[in-house]
Write a protein of this length. Structure first.
Length: 154
């Protein structure tokens, strides 16, 4: 049981592909959405009195992973990387490292299986209000797991 001594109150994230042949221009992000899973299932109705039903689990489902950040000098290269990967999809294992106060030591690391980019959304540029412009990259994947403590230093 955790003592909550290191809560995730503010963080930034890196997305890397540790087994890629060349370095991908992905980098550091300020937002991460979609860390979610659920079990799909079928409902089987009991015969006879029709007072109950049974839930039969069928498969795990994962929400798409969306990372976001304000535009930076890497934005054109990242957009081109997404376009290239949409034209020639190559599912790959990716790691999200979540950093807190210490930018050299992640709080935890999440490994995603068969990440494939499916969308890039550029910043909404407007003069209305004080809205921070963000770019987003959306990935579909085949699952994830939290890596053990030893992977934090990798």
């Amino acid at each position: 049981m955790s003592d909550f001594s290191e809560l995730a109150l503010s963080a930034n994230f890196t997305l890397t592909f540790p087994h890629a042949e060349k370095k991908d221009p992905i980098g550091r992000f300020t937002g991460l959405e979609g860390l979610s899973l659920w079990m799909e299932g079928d409902e089987l109705y009991a015969g006879g009195d029709n007072e109950s039903s049974h839930y039969l689990p069928t498969r795990m489902k994962y929400k798409p992973l969306v990372v976001s950040r304000p535009p930076c000098d890497a934005t054109p290269a990242v957009c081109q990387w997404v376009i290239d990967n949409m034209k020639n999809p190559q599912p790959r294992t990716g790691e999200v490292r979540i950093y807190m106060q210490d930018p050299t030591s992640p709080m935890f690391v999440i490994e995603f299986y068969d990440l494939v980019p499916v969308a890039w959304r550029g910043p909404k540029l407007t003069t209305d209000g004080l809205i921070v412009a963000n770019e987003e990259i959306e990935f579909v994947h085949r699952g994830f797991k939290f890596l053990p403590e030893t992977s934090k230093t990798a």
